[in-house]
Ligand binder design. Structure first.
Ligand SMILES: *Cc1c(COP(=O)(O)O)cnc(C)c1O
Length: 388
């Protein structure tokens, strides 16, 4: 029995997978079980932010594994203290709760927002506005938060208390931002929804109205955060700091992690016994996270991400089949004129290039550390496929 047959015999079939068994990797490339090399323009799924098995990152993670791999949250670890300090400084936040995934980070943000409001205003101010076409995770509550009907099936009853507003529709926002609302949750660039950045006007209005009404803004930066867009947070492009920001995907370079960051106003809302996670703040994850933050906040790093992003965009727009390019920094959506995105991703795999999709677009989330020469090689493959 080969690996894929063995895999499918026991692993629940919840994903549509491509026929590639990833065995190892280095830099931008991974190597399949068959020995074939692939340039990975998805960096896992925005997770391997420093590429595969970056030396410094791997050394930090391995050293941590050999020192202490886990302890309960009844005790302290230095690595979590150091990581929390670095992360809060880099992101400009006062406090952080660590979980293990994006959905968990968002669950924490939702609990925090509801408790913030409950503490100040009591019951019945629990609604959270999320945007149509958003994606916030796969737990029951984050599915409720997700503003796409396709996710609201089978698993009834869902968590109550989420209200959807159309992205960039200020009138819709105003109509629904009543005194039952405790938070507005948004992705500055909708990722799974098709790599679509919000409009500055809309974001400005959200922040202004929320400030006036003491409604918290939660930025889901699970995909956009930690340098992905060429700023440490995507919010930096918009000139706003959300009260709460969630991070996950690229935060620890490929080890499971989630973080919910809170600003001054709501830094102390979650008190003893109100939230927890067995693995949250795991030392291995924190060691990986430290290595990522060190790199991303290093001299010239974010500038180089912005430069490479411009280069990718320019090169893509030279391809006739490319209709338009969306997104921010190295979070890129490609709208095609005639070809089907999923077909292109399949073709690319056959040609040694890993791509992602987002709705009807081809999506790129290359490792932030990608070298120009690897970018050129990958883009050449993509160009060939698109011009076939
Ligand atoms: C991926 C993603 C999530 C969910 O993260 P998980 O780690 O899969 O739970 C939530 N929000 C956004 C914006 C994402 O891109």
């Amino acid at each position: 029995m080969n690996t894929i047959e063995k895999f499918n015999e026991h692993v629940m079939q919840t994903y549509g997978r491509f026929p590639l068994v990833v065995e190892k990797g280095s830099g931008v490339c991974c190597v399949g079980e068959d020995g074939k090399r692939y340039i990975d323009f998805g960096s896992g799924i925005g997770t391997n932010s420093l590429g595969y098995c970056d030396d410094k990152w791997a050394d930090a993670v391995c050293a941590q594994v050999r020192s202490v791999q886990h302890t309960s949250n009844y005790y302290y670890t230095k690595v979590q203290a150091d990581f929390a300090d670095m992360l809060c400084n880099a992101a400009g936040y006062s406090s952080v709760f660590f979980g293990n995934s994006g959905a968990e980070a968002n669950e924490c943000a939702i609990k925090l927002a509801r408790k913030y409001s409950f503490d100040k205003y009591g019951r019945n101010r629990h609604n959270i506005i999320t945007l149509v076409n958003s994606f916030h995770g796969r737990t029951l509550t984050t599915l409720s938060a997700t503003g796409q009907d396709v996710f609201h099936n089978y698993f009834f009853p869902f968590t109550e208390g989420f209200v959807n507003v159309r992205a960039n529709d200020i009138d819709d926002l105003k109509a629904r931002l009543d005194d039952t609302v405790c938070a507005v949750m948004l992705e500055y660039v909708q990722g799974e929804g098709g790599v679509i950045a919000l409009e500055q006007d809309f974001v400005d209005t959200v922040f202004k109205l929320c400030e006036e009404k003491d409604v918290l803004v939660i930025a889901d930066e699970v995909q956009t955060g930690v340098g992905r867009t060429g700023k440490f947070l995507a919010g930096d492009w918009f000139g706003h700091k959300a009260n709460v920001t969630t991070l996950a995907k690229g935060l620890a370079g490929g080890v499971p992690i989630g973080a919910c960051l809170a600003g001054d106003k709501c830094a102390d809302v979650l008190t003893k016994g109100t939230h927890g996670s067995t693995f949250g703040g795991n030392p291995i994850a924190c060691a990986g996270g430290k290595a990522v933050i060190e790199r991303v906040t290093g001299d010239g790093f974010l500038e180089s991400v912005r430069e490479k992003a411009e280069y990718i965009k320019t090169e893509l727009l030279k391809i006739n089949e490319v209709d338009s390019v969306s997104g921010l920094g190295m979070m890129i959506g490609i709208k095609l004129k005639t070809k089907n995105a999923a077909d292109v991703v399949g073709k690319a795999l056959e040609n040694g290039l890993l791509l992602l999709t987002a709705k009807d677009k081809v999506r790129l989330l290359p490792p932030l550390t990608i070298e120009k020469s690897d970018l050129e090689d990958g883009l050449l493959i993509l160009k060939k496929i698109l011009e076939e």
